[in-house]
Design a protein around this ligand. Structure first.
Ligand code: ACO
Length: 311
């Protein structure tokens, strides 16, 4: 027999209404949200690094200003998401410990290197493009603070994607060398960006329950399909080739046939063995340690404010 609280929770979910921080919720729902939202926040913060790598070397002042603004947006996304996760009763410190100790995951995609300027284009076009496909449906997530945070994040992601597209378009209209650089970046980022959506549906342990709770609205494979169907016409405009010889539209099913994603590589990256995992975590740890004085100063300031308010 479900309790009154459980019945109310189920009713809210069934009626497309939102669960708010002070509402009763099953422990497993809370755990799933903390897991997903904190991993999402970590991805935004770690995701600042591959592009941060190019701020000092952007090819013009304008490109540099745009890239700085973009990386700063990602910091903002991380902060809204940590705040959303905190409403579920987990502290920022706990989440940070989990990231630095390797207990919490962050998106596989940010463990790949950015050796050329064209990578800034490919990340914007492919990685932020994948992020939008995945995140637009999350604006309707059943947990209020998460869904609301996603609205602004998606608007900014969509701007980021166009920014990346425009970098690639400019390179594709340039010299042979620039075109080759753009194609090379697309070749390196295409498959990892498809893997961002997570394992295939029959190997995705969390999907069924998350969809029942209306946190996720579409399955991993479904979103991957949407992403590819968005990319194909855009690749044509850019004049780049998507590096999958098996990619073709099946008129009968209305779906794209695609080659096999290298899932062994994906799981190796998740285990910490991707090309840049160690470097990313080390960099974050150093930044966290070097920022200790800022946290101390902010805490001390807050303490002083309280002591003047309460005589
Ligand atoms: N990178 C790292 N881990 C992943 C990835 C990925 N690309 N895809 C799936 N996983 C992990 C899951 O977190 C899960 O591990 P866990 O149970 O230890 O948390 C495991 O692989 C199995 O996957 P699923 O059962 O499919 O997990 P889930 O239902 O959580 O779906 C997904 C994964 C689609 C990433 C979901 O968590 C999600 O939509 N998250 C929010 C979006 C997000 O985090 N985006 C970050 C990158 S985009 C950006 O920041 C620019």
């Amino acid at each position: 027999e479900p309790s009154d609280e459980e019945r109310l929770f189920d009713e809210l979910i069934a009626n497309e209404q939102r669960i708010e921080p002070r509402d009763w919720m099953p422990d497993a729902y809370r755990r799933t949200l903390v897991r997903q939202i904190s991993q999402h926040a970590h991805s935004e913060i770690i995701g600042m690094q591959p592009e941060g790598n190019w701020i000092t070397r952007a090819p013009s002042l304008k490109r540099k200003a745009i890239l700085m603004a973009k990386v700063q947006d990602e910091a903002g996304h991380g902060l809204y998401l940590y705040s959303a996760a905190q409403t579920l009763g987990t502290t920022r410190e706990e989440m940070m410990d989990q990231l630095l100790s390797g207990k919490a995951k962050y998106s596989s995609i940010f463990n790949y290197p950015t050796p050329t300027w064209a990578d800034m284009g490919a990340i914007g076009w492919l990685v932020d493009g994948a992020a939008i496909c995945n995140q637009v449906p999350l604006c309707r997530a059943s947990y209020g603070p998460y869904g609301r945070a996603m609205v602004r994040i998606c608007k900014e992601e969509s701007f980021h994607q166009r920014q990346g597209f425009e970098i690639l378009l400019t390179l594709m209209q340039g010299t042979d060398e620039q075109r080759a650089m753009a194609q090379d970046a697309v070749d390196r980022w295409y498959w990892p960006s498809l893997a961002m959506f997570g394992p295939p549906d029959d190997q995705s342990p969390n999907s069924a329950q998350s969809m029942q709770w209306k946190i996720k609205r579409f399955s991993n494979d479904e979103l991957r399909q949407r992403f590819v169907s968005m990319l194909v016409p855009q690749a044509e405009i850019l004049g780049v080739t998507l590096p999958d010889p098996e990619l073709r539209y099946d008129e009968e099913t209305g779906r794209y046939e695609m080659g096999e994603i290298d899932w062994d590589e994906f799981f190796e990256v998740l285990r910490g063995n991707g090309p840049c995992n160690a470097e990313r975590i080390e960099r974050r740890r150093t930044a966290h340690e070097e920022g200790a004085w800022v946290r101390e100063a902010a805490a001390e300031y807050a303490r002083k404010q309280r002591s003047t308010l309460v005589p």
